[in-house]
Design a protein around this ligand. Structure first.
Ligand SMILES: Nc1ncnc2c1ncn2[C@@H]1O[C@H](COP(=O)(O)OP(=O)(O)O)[C@@H](O)[C@H]1O
Ligand SMILES: [Mg+2]
Length: 426
């Protein structure tokens, strides 16, 4: 076992908000294998590679390289990026030698090794060229040379072929595979991120599918085909289909989940509060028919309200009874301002749509209703999207998280106008 990730989790933070990207990733890379990592765009593939390489730390979990915990960049690993990331003012030779300089290799040896790597990857004769004199394919060959020159045991490829045109990509893939198979690389294992399924089946021994949000490894698909592989071979096609299905099926499930997340019950804040107060008066727990009677509602009318209280974490419904959570009880009994603040906290934590709108407003201050509706309509039928928008607008305004200008139909961040009003009032 060369490289291992154990329960690796990572969230990015923006202000108070955390955006979970990886949620407990486990994987192992063994000697002699090429493993492809696939998943939707924005799914956390690059984040995972950066963590594996020791470029950024995980929040929890750990990475082990040859059994030792990775706590920063490791000499035995190198990475090739999609954008070649070459220094434009350095020659090919100097770009390649740079990785060795950082490792304290003496100059003469640096140049010799860089020349070797350049020759190996098919750049002989270009050592003195500047990046701008090279085609995209040649630039990426420099990217490979720069990674290979440090003689890494593990090579991490982050969409290394996807900025190249198909023919160029195929050429470089073929050359790399030839070197790998001929045993001319010091590299013992390759982990390659790609969104190109054909590329995965052409190169890898198995494919891992990163799924979910936050992501984990959902599926592993072995690719037991001998090299050279023929893309027209029915077994090749069957594997492409299997991976395609794994990726898209999962996406359909995720889209459905997302729609569930966006669907909000029809529950005006006033009705929610009055219901929570009624339950509190009844001792924090109530029988549903009794509660309906108390509130002058049909039992059916209670459901969206109860659903909303559950969504917000203010109540739990079980076997015809509803009980307020400690937070729900505190909310029902808080003074007016405290109620607003608590409601805002629970909205941001428990209602992804609101967290998402609020985050967006922090960036761009104003958000036209039609933009939000268009996004909702990507997941919900149009009337449902309008209904959900009305609910979130009402909840957000009450909580002081959103403002809405009726005339221009625009959501805004309420602070600024409120301050204006306050200063006008003062
Ligand atoms: N440095 C960063 N700070 C904040 N968010 C980030 C950062 N890098 C990536 N993200 C976000 O994390 C998610 C995963 O990104 P990434 O790992 O690049 O996915 P992939 O490589 O699968 O496309 C995306 O939503 C992206 O916007
Ligand atoms: Mg990426």
């Amino acid at each position: 076992m060369l490289l291992e990730a154990r329960d690796v989790a990572k969230a990015y933070r923006a202000g108070e908000q955390a955006y979970p990207v990886l949620g407990g990733v486990n994987l192992a890379l063994r000697e002699g294998e090429i493993v492809a990592l696939l998943g939707r765009s924005g799914g956390g593939k690059s984040t995972l590679l950066r963590i594996l390489a020791g470029l950024i730390p995980p929040d929890t979990g750990e990475v082990r390289f040859r059994g030792r915990k990775v706590e920063g960049p490791v000499a035995g690993m190198a990475m090739v990026f999609q954008t070649f990331a070459l220094f434009p003012w350095l020659t090919v030779l100097e770009n390649v030698a740079l990785g060795l300089e950082a490792r304290g290799v003496p100059r003469k040896e640096r140049l010799r090794k860089a020349q070797e790597a350049i020759a190996l990857i098919g750049l002989r004769g270009f050592a003195e060229a500047l990046p701008k004199e090279l085609s995209g394919g040649m630039k990426q060959r420099v990217g490979f040379a720069r990674a290979l020159v440090v003689e890494p045991e593990v090579l991490l490829l982050d969409e290394a072929f996807s900025a190249l045109d198909p023919l160029t990509a195929e050429g470089l893939r073929g050359d790399f595979l030839d070197l790998w198979q001929a045993g001319r690389l010091s590299t013992r294992a390759v982990l390659m991120v790609t969104h190109n399924i054909e590329e995965a089946v052409a190169m890898a021994d198995r494919a891992l599918i990163l799924q979910g949000s936050p992501a984990r490894i959902g599926q592993e698909i072995p690719i037991p085909l001998p090299h050279p592989r023929d893309p027209n071979d029915p077994r090749f096609r069957a594997l492409v289909d299997a991976i395609y299905e794994a990726l898209t099926l999962r996406e359909a499930v995720e889209r459905r989940l997302e729609a569930e997340l966006l669907r909000l019950p029809q529950a005006p804040v006033g009705a929610l509060l009055s219901l929570a107060e009624a339950i509190a008066r009844l001792g924090g727990q109530a029988d549903l028919p009794l509660l309906a009677q108390e509130e002058g509602l049909e039992v059916d009318d209670l459901f969206p309200l109860l659903e909303a209280l559950e969504l917000l974490g203010f109540a739990r419904v079980e076997k015809g009874d509803v009980a307020l959570t400690p937070a729900g009880l505190a909310w029902a009994e808080a003074p007016l301002e405290g109620q607003k603040v608590m409601f805002a906290e629970h909205l941001l934590r428990r209602v992804p749509l609101l967290a998402w709108l609020h985050q967006d407003l922090l960036w761009r201050k104003r958000l036209p209703e039609e933009v939000v509706l268009a996004r909702l309509e990507g997941h919900l039928p149009e009337p449902e999207a309008r209904r959900v928008f009305a609910v979130i607008r009402e909840w957000g305004r009450y909580a002081g998280l959103l403002g809405y200008d009726e005339r221009s139909r625009v959501l805004y961040l309420p602070e600024a106008p409120n301050e204006d009003e306050a200063s006008r009032g003062a």
